[in-house]
Design a protein around this ligand. Structure first.
Ligand SMILES: [Zn+2]
Length: 266
């Protein structure tokens, strides 16, 4: 089995753009997934599925006795309590899909969230910590971002959150120290705000190299989402998770091909 991870950004009415999908089109995609029997999974579920997660797993006898229904994921590089994560055992649904949103736009709450709830779907949102509750400070800088209250409400409904760095820079253009603070600060801020371990990262602009990948690992994350296309098999590198970009102007055929093949061009 290979698992598709879909990547969205903005969900709102307006001009057709690569990174903005209309609520109508988004609804019809969710309708399609639901009708075909797809069920959303969390990044934790995905991590358990891929082979890499098995290397990170720590199962002590004590843990087993205390709670047979869970496994413990521990980041090797970071012994802080927040990097110890308990993930419930469970089997994946027959047709799993992971829905992700990058950046943390307010429309994820106003438009996508009610649609997702209608289909009993959950999603994962990668937040740029410096701009939450404000306007975004990169690109044109005129987009409203999610408030912490909205994030909190979605969290209560089972949505999960990861880091998309502190200021959304191209990490390839920064010094080592700046990269480290982008990766660490965003993790710390999210953990303080949400009161849980933040163990997933998404590379801003999909930009990374092997050093950046190692720094993300070293900061205590257990997985990172890239923009490399395709679906994810058991042997995938957990720090190079593949995602399928859903573009605002994609047709239904693009969407179906993406789901089945991990790409929409044949
Ligand atoms: Zn982004």
């Amino acid at each position: 089995m290979k698992i598709p991870i879909l990547m969205y950004h903005k969900v709102s009415p307006g001009q057709k753009e690569k990174y903005r999908i209309s609520p109508e089109k988004f609804t019809s995609q969710m309708e399609y997934l639901s009708g075909k029997g797809y069920q959303t999974i969390s990044p934790d579920d995905l991590l358990r599925f891929i082979k890499g997660a098995r290397n990170e797993r720590r199962e002590t006898r004590d843990e087993e006795q205390r709670d047979k229904s869970s496994i413990v994921l521990v980041s090797k590089a970071n012994a802080r309590p927040s990097s110890v994560v308990r993930v419930r055992r469970g089997t994946l649904p027959q047709k799993p899909v992971l829905l992700t949103f990058d950046d943390g736009y307010k429309d994820n709450f106003t438009h996508a969230y009610p649609i997702l709830k209608r289909y009993n779907f959950r999603a994962t949102i990668f937040l740029v910590t410096r701009y939450m509750g404000k306007k975004n400070g990169w690109s044109k800088g005129n987009e409203e971002m999610l408030s912490w209250k909205e994030i909190e409400e979605m969290k209560k409904e089972g949505f999960s959150f990861g880091s998309h760095a502190h200021t959304h820079p191209n990490l390839l253009e920064l010094s080592r120290n700046k990269v480290l603070s982008e990766i660490r600060d965003s993790k710390r801020i999210l953990e303080e705000r949400l009161g849980e371990a933040i163990i997933f990262f998404a590379y801003p602009y999909g930009k990374f190299n092997s050093k950046i990948k190692e720094m993300v690992k070293g900061a205590g994350y257990l997985g990172a989402f890239s923009t490399l296309p395709g679906k994810n098999g058991r042997n995938e590198d957990p720090f190079l998770l593949r995602r399928i970009l859903i573009r605002g102007y994609d047709t239904k055929l693009h969407f179906i091909l993406n789901l089945k093949l991990g790409k929409s061009r044949i």
